[in-house]
Ligand binder design. Structure first.
Ligand SMILES: *Cc1c(COP(=O)(O)O)cnc(C)c1O
Length: 225
């Protein structure tokens, strides 16, 4: 199936208010353009330099989301244009994003990434850490970032029950943060969860943003990195 057909197939089964992020990491410009020509405007990348290069080569009305672990010294490559940084996993990173956003006279939207999986390797906050951050004076002084929601990745497993539990956990974190810190902020509304293998479960559990790579563009060839 073509990229266009893959996109149409996914768009047909997801609710209208669920945002589809096309994850184009490792994929060439031509593939992204094919998705663009099919109407897709939101793309996700997980390497700052790769994203910065693609951004210069592709149409300027694309909304670029950063979705991977972001090193603080790489924020400067994407701060001028990135639409949403989904993967804020430390206070240090948030403060660097704030600084780079200020240099560009921008307010950068961010999601707090939560650690919900049982795997050791996944980055993110736990609830108490996020709560401490949002209560801190340092956070209140960050005028060039805006937290618009949460993001998480479930364990890579065929155990659907576990995936349901992990996404439900993220939704409960979102609800608690919303009522504690953002009850009057309409912009705090995003729950980014769900990838090619688990997006249907994520939607059942309240996802507002799904991040789909291989089901749109085909398997990735990591060796080409
Ligand atoms: C690669 C990646 C995705 C997309 O994964 P697929 O399984 O190819 O859909 C989604 N989210 C993050 C954070 C990723 O790194």
């Amino acid at each position: 199936m073509s990229i266009k057909e893959n996109l149409e197939k996914i768009l047909k089964v997801i609710p209208q208010n669920t945002n589809l992020i096309a994850v184009s990491k490792t994929k060439p410009i031509e593939d992204i353009l094919e998705a663009y020509q099919a109407g897709q405007r939101v793309f996700g990348e997980n390497k700052a330099l790769e994203l910065a290069e693609k951004q210069t080569l592709l149409p300027k009305d694309i909304h670029w989301h950063f979705i991977g672990h972001l090193q603080t010294n790489k924020v400067k490559y994407i701060a001028a244009f990135v639409h949403l940084i989904q993967s804020v996993d430390s206070v240090k990173l948030l403060s660097v994003i704030n600084k780079e956003a200020a240099k560009n006279n921008r307010i950068i939207d961010c999601l707090l990434q939560f650690y919900i999986a049982t795997e050791e390797s996944k980055f993110g906050f736990d609830y108490d850490e996020a709560s401490a951050l949002l209560s801190s004076k340092a956070f209140l002084e960050m005028k060039n970032i805006r937290i618009v929601g949460v993001m998480g990745m479930a364990t890579y497993t065929t155990n659907d029950k576990l995936i349901h539990q992990e996404f439900a956990q993220l939704k409960s974190y979102f609800d608690k943060l919303k009522s504690t810190f953002f009850s009057n902020q309409d912009y705090f509304k995003e729950i980014s969860m769900g990838m090619s293998d688990d997006y249907k479960i994520a939607i059942d559990e309240g996802s507002t943003m799904i991040r789909i790579g291989s089901s749109i563009f085909g398997e990735r060839n990591y060796k080409s990195l």
